[in-house]
Design a binder for this molecule. Sequence first.
Ligand code: F6R
Length: 363
Amino acid sequence: TKAGFPHFMIKEIFEQPKSIEETLNRRVHNGIIDFSDVLSDDEINKFDMIHIVACGTAYHAGLQGQYALREISRINSLVEIASEYRYMNPFVNENTLAIFVSQSGETLDTLAALKEAKSRGAKTLAITNVVGSTISREAHNTIYTMAGPEIAVASTKAYTTQVTIFQLLAIYLAEKKGKLTKEKVEKLVSSLYSIPEKIKTTLDNTEIIKNVANFMKDKHNGFYIGRGVDFATALEGSLKMKEITYIHTEAFPAGELKHGSIALIEPGTPVVVIGMQSNLLEKTISNIKELKARGAHIITVARKSCEEAIDVSDEFIGVEDIEDVFSVLLAIIPLQLLSYFTSVDKGIDVDKPRNLAKSVTVE
Ligand code: F6R
């Protein structure tokens, strides 16, 4: 049931504090992260490369995973779209840890990619939300997200729990490989535990986002931009907007727009900016100025306290403060809400948008 909410999607957006906490609780005991049931120390010592393979929103979670693995654990990884991976003759062998991300655990291309990696000797891990799903049965081991059933076609709580798993895994592997002190691990874990409360702050205050949605509803196109891992968040925000509002949006690394696509900016073109990476903020702000000079309507998601971003934005959505690498879990929430409210304003069947099915079991 929708538990009093008008749609499953908004119910599932609001469930995220709980589903993230349950995903953390499933893997953290007395402050210690444990993945030993799915990955032995021998396996951890053996792999020299991680492949992350998925489709759609799960692919975006994979991009977040790659960033966390690089930033926190200094481990090299490759992220690929499953329908490409399976035909690309990938460099995969017995020294590869291959991770397949799928909410449903039934996506055909992801399953086929898994079989491909497995046949070439890789250790295969699934991250899925559905116990006993085909992908979980095919993989050597499975890490379950604790999102509970996700009914809306547009994925929300499955995504944030997938990202949570990658954050935890990155810390776990970093610790195993001697790249983080015990104190640092404790600090990161407690920071992850602060996320549910910090998400609630955004959920409790949706008025600004509703106003932005009211502006978006009459638009036919727009952009999402961000630098570093904020680009992955931009991709996910843009996908949410497309699938449930039918507004054509495109995501770009903030510095790339000027290499052609800025030609599409007209007075009033909405540009959603994600500005959570502190070291890149100044660069993003100068991109905002370039866009404003061409008439773009700037909607920025950044830390509440980010005066520089407030000054240059037409609309500003502030989120709580946290380490840059975890901030992706806070920044995606207003983007989910923005697409939801825009969809409702347009009178679209939010939970069942046209042309889409919840799980894609065809090639
Ligand atoms: C987007 C969405 C799709 C799925 C994709 C993969 O909101 O729901 O992009 O993420 O079809 O599905 P799973 O995760 O079930 O493999």
